[in-house]
Design a protein around this ligand. Structure first.
Ligand SMILES: [Zn+2]
Length: 199
């Protein structure tokens, strides 16, 4: 399969053929990387599972300590969204919930749905629909916003809240790295080729 691709650095228009895993196509004029060959389905699957574990860890482990009239209480990220609701911060609560819970759940869930059956040689049910959902949701997976909402939460609840530089934060940073790797490595062409091989 040959497709046209403009060099991201110098705009030279080039034909790029099919790349195997780990291969790269370079621009002959300026050496910029045009396309990378996608990772195999197995590698994407391993990343998805790691992503799910790290996401759960960064949601469940306490991330903030809040002082409620003298009693200290540790809150996890998803409890933070509810704490914001109690403060009548609807917009913030929605932002925290959307970026920390809903969007990553759809992203990782759709990934799992798309990849797991392929490992058993089956085409996923509703593959086209789930793929479109995955792409539509991608814009919502904004890890910067995820992190920002965490900071804003800490500042908003500032008199009574403290950020815990703890395992939850480590899990969260690892989660960000895994998600970035997934976004970088997922190649729709490689995916659809694998689907057609199963048909
Ligand atoms: Zn170039």
């Amino acid at each position: 399969m040959v497709k046209m691709k403009a060099c991201p650095d110098c705009d030279l228009l080039l034909e790029v053929g099919h790349l195997r895993e780990g291969e790269r196509a370079l621009c002959p004029r300026c050496d910029a990387v045009l396309v990378r060959g996608g990772r195999s389905i197995d590698a994407m699957f391993a990343l998805t599972v790691s992503g799910l574990i790290l996401w759960l860890a960064s949601l469940i482990l306490p991330v903030l300590v809040i002082d409620f009239n003298g009693t200290q209480q540790a809150l996890s990220l998803w409890q933070t969204a509810f704490a914001m609701l109690d403060q009548d911060e609807w917009l913030l609560a929605l932002l925290v919930a959307m970026t920390t819970i809903v969007a990553p759940l759809i992203y990782l869930g759709a990934m799992l749905w798309l990849l797991l059956p392929l490992r058993f040689g089956r085409v996923p049910v509703l593959v086209g629909w789930v793929f479109r959902l995955f792409y539509a949701n991608q814009g919502w997976v904004m890890l910067e916003v995820f992190f920002l909402s965490l900071l804003v939460t800490a500042v908003k609840l500032t008199d009574m809240a403290q950020l815990l530089p703890d395992w939850s934060l480590l899990a969260f940073i690892a989660f960000m790295l895994v998600m970035s790797a997934m976004r970088l490595l997922f190649d729709a062409d490689v995916y659809w080729r694998a689907v057609h091989q199963c048909r």
